[in-house]
Design a protein around this ligand. Structure first.
Ligand code: GUN
Ligand code: FE
Length: 423
């Protein structure tokens, strides 16, 4: 049923600088799309079924623009290293387990179930290099009701023997088979090309992935400028490149004619930021991960000042939680530390800016998503903030701010994705 009305206190971004709060509002969903938010219900919608959520908050659903499904199993563990050692010590051994479909079934069921309960309505997900487990994850994501992109990971160099494809050709053949098997199989779950990052992929593999982008018209997701050793390693592998993003661009895997997500962008310089803007690349900002792996603090304020698309990301398991409320407050905190200690030119994020990147910013990768303006797909979460006690009167802006700092899945009492109610 995609034609209905819900009633409650609606809060969403009017623009990046301003949050609009509409008390006791009627939100109308027509064919899965928001028809508007009304103070009084227009006569033409009077016959639609109405659910009254009373004094609860109704917010746009959130987009997790970068999350590793197989790493959910070790979230909260092993935060004592930087990226390259962390991959070798924690991430690669865990990802190798997804060769075993019995393990994958158990682990991915937990991941998909937790994402279903969370504030996330859309996600861009990394799986592992294993095709059968990736297809299993896609089935579970489809059943969860979320709308997502899922990527079989490509990696044919610099990995351990137990987690490295034998050749570019083998990797490309497996990827093309997986694309053909899955591109029309699901309603809500779509393949996305996923070269892990340049250190993991030979030139031959990257050129082959470019051919698949063209042949199947698919988007791309990867990692960019996360960590100093990683950046140095990329420069040593791609000697002609001017910077990390330029190296992706030389393979034709940095946006432009395809949609592209790059996670982190912690150390992106002027030229890289300019190329991201020009090519419409989405930066997936992962503040929990950037702190946990001591990667740094991304110049988020600068990215959106320069008109780069920015979304928010959990980056599980380097980020410890799928709860995007937590990433919102972490993004604000990281930007304050960066401003205080590193660069007084880039002001700390406001609550409005952080809410924006979690909703409209990342939602844009999926189309018109993340707002209650008319024409946006109807993604919404309903929050019962009354269970977070307080002794004083709060207005709606204050209730929203508290929610962004304090809420988790236990405070959600309903969730809609493109007009379908999940719970
Ligand atoms: N760079 C390459 N692989 C990974 C990963 O799994 N997590 C993070 N945070 N960065 C990466
Ligand atoms: Fe990542």
């Amino acid at each position: 049923m995609k034609n209905f009305v819900i009633k409650g206190n609606a809060c969403w971004n009017e623009n990046i600088e301003q949050i609009h709060c509409e008390p006791n509002a009627y939100l109308v969903c027509e064919d899965g799309v928001c028809a508007g938010v009304f103070h009084e219900l227009p006569e033409r919608y009077a016959d639609l079924p109405l659910t009254d959520f009373g004094d609860k908050l109704i917010l746009p659903g959130m987009t997790d623009l970068h999350v590793h499904a197989p790493q959910f199993a070790f979230r909260g563990l092993g935060m004592d290293m930087e990226l390259m050692d962390w991959l070798k010590t924690y991430a690669f051994p865990e990802e190798a387990k997804y060769k075993d479909l019995v393990y994958a079934d158990r682990a991915y069921a937990q991941f998909a179930d937790q994402l279903r309960r969370s504030a996330t309505t859309r996600a861009a997900v990394f799986a592992t290099l294993h095709v059968p487990a990736t297809e299993l994850l896609m089935e579970k994501m489809e059943a969860s009701g979320l709308i997502s992109y899922v990527g079989k990971v490509n990696m044919d160099r610099n990995g351990p023997d137990y987690l490295c494809e034998k050749s570019a050709q083998e990797s490309l053949e497996a990827t093309e088979r997986w694309i053909c098997d899955t591109k029309s199989k699901f309603e809500r779950t779509h393949p996305i090309l996923t070269p892990r990052f340049i250190p993991s992929c030979t030139d031959e593999l990257m050129h082959g992935i470019r051919r698949l982008v063209e042949k199947y018209d698919l988007p791309v997701q990867s990692h960019l400028s996360e960590n100093f050793s990683e950046i140095e390693f990329v420069q040593s592998l791609c000697r002609d490149s001017k910077f990390y993003g330029d190296a992706y661009d030389r393979y034709g895997l940095f946006g432009g004619d395809h949609r592209c997500i790059m996670a982190h962008c912690v150390h992106s310089g002027e030229a890289e930021i300019e190329l991201m803007r020009k090519n419409g690349v989405f930066a997936a900002h992962s503040p929990l991960s950037n702190a946990n792996l001591s990667s740094g603090a991304a110049p988020v304020g600068k990215l959106f000042r320069e008109f780069v698309n920015v979304g928010l990301a959990s980056d599980i398991a380097a980020g410890e939680s799928e709860n995007l409320f937590r990433s919102i407050s972490a993004a604000i905190r990281a930007s304050k530390l960066r401003w205080r200690m590193l660069d007084q030119e880039i002001y700390p994020l406001t609550v409005s800016q952080a809410f924006y990147i979690a909703t409209v910013g990342g939602g844009k990768f999926f189309g018109k998503v993340g707002s209650f303006d008319p024409g946006y797909e109807f993604d919404a979460i309903v929050v019962d903030d009354a269970t977070i006690p307080h002794p004083q009167e709060l207005d709606l802006q204050q209730r929203l701010e508290r929610t962004l700092y304090l809420a988790d899945d236990r405070h959600l009492c309903a969730k809609y994705v493109a007009g379908t109610r999940l719970f």
